[in-house]
Design a protein around this ligand. Structure first.
Ligand SMILES: *[C@@H]1O[C@H](CO)[C@@H](O)[C@H](O)[C@H]1NC(C)=O
Ligand SMILES: *[C@@H]1O[C@H](CO)[C@@H](O)[C@H](O)[C@H]1NC(C)=O
Ligand SMILES: *[C@@H]1O[C@H](CO)[C@@H](O)[C@H](O)[C@H]1NC(C)=O
Ligand SMILES: *[C@@H]1O[C@H](CO)[C@@H](O)[C@H](O)[C@H]1NC(C)=O
Length: 773
């Protein structure tokens, strides 16, 4: 009974399943009897259903039945094309050329040598933000007068053109040069003020599929065909310019055109038969004509709702030009403020209706909400500072250090903003102020955030009050920086310095280089720089300290000759002192071609193909040099493993931010930057130059040289593919001052992590205390 009940309830639960199953089986049995199942698959428009249900289906079916295939035997079978070379179509370099994608707007300004320096520049200042291409056209019979006066984008001068005929020459010039690059052409005299944002907005709403010939319309009473005046500007679509084509020559012959102020508009109307219209595709071009002085005009304009004007003319001096610009800019600014305000109100009004209700409203309104960490590892921590110092800065080994540089200026600026805001809110009741505590962090979704605890003296009540303010400095619009194109095929010259006591390391290094580069035919060359001490037996001598290495190199070169192996050495006879990086690089540069990438390596580094590729991507000729921050292994006894290849783990090593030894650059960039400081640090051309005292008390190294030279970007970033095995650093006093300090830091920090070192100390103390017990 019980089991039956269970079965029954289960059956009820799954009744739909069983129903479906039995129906399916039934249908399959039925269809297999009628033999329809195969038909359904073959002939899809199922006759029964279509006929009964839809009239449309009926049609389809009828057509379907009546369809008689026509066999087209013409030109069949296809013959292979006769001319093979026709297939190799040349593809243009840019897809925009192939798809004939054009720039939106070309603006041509008709000016003259007397005003271009004033009105032309005014145009450049007010319009070039909105329009990419501004071209100035002018008439000048002495082009040499123009050569160095103006710093405007493009000036095109016409020589020996009489009267207003120059307008027709401009038309020809545009036809010859720009017609395939722009959708719209706007031509105007420099005595017109053009509102860039409005004009662009206007053009963006126009379709290029229809002819556009619009602007400030002049009624031609004789011909009854309207034309556009150059004074108020005329806007032409690409298609109209093309229509004019070569016919402009017929205008040249007629004096009616060549003497008219509006030769251009008249000619276009005459040649194409089109009239200039103020209204085009439902949008109207508005020009405002100044008839009194500008101040009066602006007052008049206030009365007629100035939002819509595209151009204002005539404007004969730059002061008026700027005044009109200011007027419109203020108008636009207030419109923007107003719309921001209304959007904010809208957000607040809608808040109760959206998920999260009122808590969905974030401060400041409209900005991204705070970044929400998913786990405790993602929490963005606050950094603590006061008016003069910062505390526990993660990038600084010091616990407390002074605020300097940008951080200091930033703090002062923020504090000032806070005070201004407080005064605006409470009036001038506070006199003195102290920043008690400040906190900052970078929230990747919104920008820089600050919390400021400020102590203020309230003058009226004569007591001290505390205020906490929250400040956000939002992220700006993202800017894309164009960077020259690089590939992963550039040849790298890996340069490594070997001292006399490093022969064993060098052998290991060579065998690693064999595996990583020679066997894989990596596009690289290796240059070992042998530093001979003053008393080391040198070249040719029987017991050359580097003799072994030299024969090893020859061995590799022979073995991999077919694969293009190239290992070379450079012997440098040194003073007692270790030569500075500059000296080594100067000597190396003389051996390599200027177009190779030099990568300064290290005998203890792992040679990884990924690292070489990273170097190729990050080193850009004439643009960027690369100073990676390596991952340096801790002392093997401290971190407890001795494996050859080590991973990136926090117990095995650390990114040594004090290390500036790894670097890569193009020789030509090095030489360019180096030449700037050749007075301070003379070039080292031979070993003998190493005796120069000035090389040994330098204040800076190659990194600082690049930073100071400002010739290239200096990319400094952690590089997981650059791993350096532990070795005892010996910081030599011969290094430049900065490098010596950095070396000391590296030495201290590369022993082990703080916890590993702490454990060691504790262990040692335990042992000691046990011994004394
Ligand atoms: C332009 O150059 C010519 C000759 O080189 C000179 O006579 C003329 O005065 C110059 N004009 C201006 C505006 O400087
Ligand atoms: C013209 O505008 C460009 C781009 O805004 C600017 O780089 C240039 O200095 C300007 N020239 C003058 C003379 O103002
Ligand atoms: C949400 O905000 C609106 C507008 O500020 C307010 O009128 C409403 O009382 C708030 N609702 C709650 C539940 O806080
Ligand atoms: C900031 O803190 C440091 C260290 O505690 C202190 O010496 C300094 O006076 C403080 N500065 C201010 C403006 O309070």
């Amino acid at each position: 009974m019980n089991s039956l009940r269970i079965f029954y309830t289960t059956f009820l639960k799954y009744s739909y399943f069983f129903l479906g199953l039995s129906l399916g089986i039934g249908l399959a049995v039925f269809l297999s009897f009628t033999g329809a199942s195969s038909n359904i698959n073959k002939c899809l428009p199922n006759a029964y259903i279509l006929r009964e249900n839809t009239a449309k289906g009926w049609d389809i079916l009828e057509n379907f039945d009546d369809y008689e295939p026509i066999i087209d035997l013409q030109r069949k079978p296809n013959k292979p094309p006769q001319h093979q070379e026709k297939l190799n179509r040349l593809r243009p370099r840019y897809y925009s050329t192939e798809l004939s994608i054009k720039e939106k707007l070309f603006v041509g300004i008709i000016t003259n040598p007397q005003t271009v320096n004033v009105l032309g520049v005014a145009f450049n200042r007010t319009l070039s933000k909105h329009v990419k291409t501004l071209v100035y056209f002018l008439k000048e019979s002495h082009p040499e007068n123009l050569s160095n006066i103006f710093s405007l984008q493009t000036i095109i001068g016409f020589k020996d053109v009489s009267g207003e005929k120059v307008q027709l020459h401009i038309l020809k010039y545009i036809l010859d040069t720009f017609v395939n690059e722009y959708d719209f052409f706007f031509l105007v005299r420099d005595t017109t003020y053009v509102r860039g944002s409005k004009l662009l907005d206007f053009v963006n709403h126009l379709s290029i599929s229809q002819d556009v010939y619009t602007g400030h319309v002049i009624h031609d009473e004789i011909k009854l065909n309207d034309y556009c005046s150059l004074n108020g500007g005329l806007l032409l679509s690409n298609s109209v310019i093309k229509k004019v084509g070569q016919s402009y020559t017929s205008c040249l012959k007629q004096s009616a055109f060549s003497n008219s102020q509006d030769a251009l508009g008249r000619c276009i109307t005459y040649v194409t038969g089109m009239s200039c219209r103020q209204e085009v595709q439902g949008k109207t071009f508005h020009a405002y004509v100044v008839n009194k002085d500008v101040k009066k005009t602006l007052q008049d304009m206030d009365a007629v709702d100035p939002k819509d004007f595209h151009v204002v003319f005539p404007v004969y001096n730059s002061k008026d030009h700027y005044q009109i610009h200011k007027y419109f800019s203020e108008k636009e600014l207030s419109i923007t403020h107003y719309s921001i305000k209304s959007v904010e109100e809208h957000i607040v009004q809608l808040a109760p209706l959206v998920p999260g209700r009122n808590s969905s409203v974030t401060w400041p309104l409209g900005l991204e909400p705070h970044f929400k960490p998913e786990s405790r590892f993602d929490v963005i921590s606050w950094n603590h500072f006061n008016g003069t110092h910062k505390f526990l800065d993660p990038t600084d080994p010091q616990v407390v250090s002074r605020l300097v540089g940008v951080k200091q200026t930033d703090t002062i600026a923020i504090l000032n903003d806070c005070l201004q805001w407080l005064q605006k809110k409470y009036g001038k009741v506070f006199s003195s102020q102290v920043l008690e505590n400040g906190y900052w962090r970078i929230d990747p979704t919104r920008g820089m955030e600050y919390l400021m605890d400020i102590k203020l003296l309230n003058n009226k009540q004569n007591k001290i009050v505390q205020k906490r303010l929250e400040i956000v400095r939002p992220l700006n619009k993202i800017e894309i920086i164009p960077v020259p194109y690089v590939t992963e095929h550039t040849r790298i010259a890996l340069v490594t310095v070997v001292k006399a006591d490093e022969i064993t390391y060098a052998k290991e290094f060579l065998s690693e280089y064999e595996v990583a580069c020679l066997e894989k035919q990596e596009n690289s060359a290796l240059l070992l720089v042998f530093l001979y001490g003053p008393n080391d037996p040198g070249k040719g001598s029987k017991d050359d300290v580097f003799g072994q290495l030299k024969s090893l190199i020859s061995f590799y070169n022979n073995r991999y000759r077919a694969g293009g192996a190239k290992i070379a050495w450079l012997s440098v006879k040194t003073d007692i002192r270790e030569p500075p990086d500059f000296a080594v690089m100067d000597l190396v540069c003389r051996k390599l071609t200027p177009e190779s990438i030099v990568l300064l390596g290290n005998l203890k580094m792992e040679i990884r193909t990924d690292y070489l590729n990273r170097v190729r991507m990050n080193t850009i000729l004439g643009f960027q040099v690369f100073f990676p921050i390596p991952f340096v292994q801790y002392h093997p006894k401290v971190q407890g493993t001795t494996s050859k290849n080590f991973e990136i783990k926090k117990d095995l090593g650390h990114f040594d931010i004090h290390s500036y030894q790894s670097m890569s650059f193009y020789i030509s960039d090095y030489i360019a930057a180096r030449t700037l400081i050749k007075k301070e640090v003379p070039f080292v051309k031979t070993d003998r130059d190493l005796k120069n005292e000035r090389l040994y008390n330098l204040e800076y190294g190659i990194f600082d040289m690049f930073v100071r030279s400002k010739l290239c970007h200096v990319l400094r970033a952690i590089e997981p593919e650059l791993r350096i095995k532990y070795r005892t650093l010996s910081c030599s006093l011969d290094l430049n001052h900065e490098a010596y300090q950095q070396c000391l830091h590296s030495k201290k920090e590369s022993l082990g992590s703080k916890s590993q070192l702490a454990k060691l100390i504790l262990k040692k103390e335990m042992i000691q205390s046990e011994q004394t017990r």
